[in-house]
Design a protein around this ligand. Structure first.
Ligand SMILES: Cc1cc2nc3c(=O)[nH]c(=O)nc-3n(C[C@H](O)[C@H](O)[C@H](O)COP(=O)(O)OP(=O)(O)OC[C@H]3O[C@@H](n4cnc5c(N)ncnc54)[C@H](O)[C@@H]3O)c2cc1C
Length: 454
């Protein structure tokens, strides 16, 4: 009997669940209320990285003299930036739609809600109500920016990340509240555009959950370009004053700026989804708890992506979607491996770029685990000199007895690409010697990886 799989939410989790479900023989329907590709393509990963890429070209042009060129002075064109974001999003949406249609997936534009354990009701964008019977359901409706009680985003001066691609005007002074991954990426983006930026940092280091050395490398770069770091500060009020904003902190410190941007995390889109009607548990934060197969407490209802409260990354959401489809279709034992969240690679698109995977040095020491840590600066490679950017390093954490690669961090140009080597090593249980004995390219930044593995 053909399995009827209904997927609510067409972001990375939903589109991968649908693709793999269809490939494995299910009859799949995807319900998406906004844009195929999800918040990831419309609001989060893609427009932010597109604007960071523009800032990167501006930063590169500031180094033009050093590269043997006359000085270049590009100026920003916000209309062109907006058009570029829209074009990228449309191309990605088109590719996803074509891929799903080629697999025979039924696409429904509309808002989905669970009416019972096997029933999904869809209010379509053209005003119809469609009822779907399902043998299995995947809910993957993502998350949205968290807005604290003390702030009232208005899309003009008090912004969420969704208002920033780009905002109506280039801020003359942007105060960013929150110094996690999103906060530091936007700090990098707007300071590369030439804006004055103040970053409100609630602890004593940006990126509080990251390796201290990695965070310090980023802070050094921020300070060198004139970013103000307000450390140990918790925002408690944001109000509009005249043509600007004032951000007030609990200890009385105040920042007057032209704009404020909230980067203080996300809340799951679980409200109004009918989870209670289907008997699906939701935790106190609104996330949907899952087991290692992605199943909720109702075994044929799965959750994936940000809604599941695991690692909020598009790459993880996509893999969760695939794993869920495999489980729905009964692909088990040898072909189906559980997701190991501890082995997920992640990157922060700042300058220098930051990426890591697996066990962090600090976590190894905190648990008393003996590890070997080797570190090589990019300045030691010819390629960094050629590119005119010698910042950063590669750090590899390995097992001192077996040589198994346990984790690593990379700070520097192309870190997000280079981390793939360490991600593969961690996932495939490779040893440092496997990296050393690979015949890599010269001159290339990957030579720092081979040296760190020595
Ligand atoms: C600023 C920012 C930058 C980021 N950059 C990166 C990055 O560089 N790399 C990375 O890996 N991650 C990044 N992330 C995280 C990433 O965006 C999320 O982890 C990812 O989007 C989660 O995918 P998802 O499929 O769970 O949800 P989403 O991408 O949010 O998709 C959910 C979809 O469900 C739809 N939906 C919601 N409710 C309903 C309903 N009732 N019926 C029908 N459809 C519904 C929504 O319209 C949406 O399209 C970033 C996040 C932010 C905020």
């Amino acid at each position: 009997m053909t399995v009827r799989l209904v997927v609510v939410g067409g972001g990375p989790a939903g589109t991968q669940a649908a693709t793999w479900g269809a490939r494995l023989g299910a009859e799949v329907t995807v319900v998406e209320k906004e844009v195929l590709g999800g918040a990831a393509n419309l609001w989060d990963c893609i427009p932010s990285k597109a604007m960071i890429a523009t800032g990167g070209v501006m930063a590169l042009s500031r180094r033009s003299r050093y590269m043997g060129l006359d000085e270049l002075t590009p100026s920003l064109d916000f209309a062109a930036l907006r058009a570029r974001n829209a074009e990228i999003e449309a191309r990605l949406k088109g590719t996803i739609r074509a891929q799903l249609e080629s697999q025979g997936v039924r696409l429904l534009d509309g808002c989905g809600r669970l009416k019972g354990p096997h029933d999904v009701v869809v209010e379509t964008s053209d005003g119809r109500v469609v009822e779907l019977d399902a043998d299995a359901i995947v809910v993957c409706t993502g998350s949205r920016p968290r807005i604290p009680e003390f702030a009232a985003p208005d899309g003009e001066r008090v912004l969420t990340t969704r208002d920033a691609y780009p905002p109506p005007q280039l801020p003359s002074h942007l105060c960013i509240v929150g110094s996690g991954v999103t906060g530091v990426e936007f700090t990098h983006m707007f300071s590369s555009f030439g804006c004055e930026v103040t970053l409100v940092v609630s602890r004593q280091q940006v990126l509080p959950s990251k390796d201290a050395e990695v965070a310090a490398a980023l802070e050094d770069d921020f300070l060198a370009r004139g970013v103000h770091l307000l450390k140990g500060a918790r925002a408690s009020d944001i109000c509009r004053v005249g043509d600007g904003v004032v951000v007030e902190c609990t200890d009385g410190r105040k920042v007057s700026a032209s704009h404020a941007l909230l980067c203080i995390g996300a809340v799951p889109n679980s409200d109004g989804l009918g989870l209670d009607a289907a008997g699906v548990d939701v935790d106190a934060g609104g996330y949907v708890p899952i087991n290692h197969h992605g199943q909720t407490n109702v075994k044929h209802i799965y959750a994936a992506g940000d809604l599941s409260g695991k690692l909020p990354l598009a790459s993880v959401a996509a893999m969760q979607g695939r794993k869920v489809a495999e489980h729905v279709m009964g692909l088990q034992v040898r072909e189906h491996r559980h997701l190991d969240y501890d082995k997920a690679a992640s990157a922060i698109f700042t300058e220098p770029e930051i990426a890591d995977v697996g066990l962090a040095e600090a976590d190894a020491f905190a648990t008393g685990r003996k590890v070997r840590v080797t570190k090589v600066p990019f300045a030691a490679t010819a390629k960094a000199l050629i590119e005119g950017d010698t910042r950063g390093f590669v750090k590899i954490v390995s097992d001192p007895w077996t040589g198994a690669v346990l984790g690593g961090s990379i700070v520097g140009p192309s870190a997000a690409e280079l981390i793939s080597v360490l991600a593969l090593a961690v996932t495939a249980n490779l040893r440092v010697n496997d990296i050393v004995e690979s015949l890599l390219v010269h001159p290339a930044l990957s030579e720092a990886l081979a040296e760190a593995a020595e």
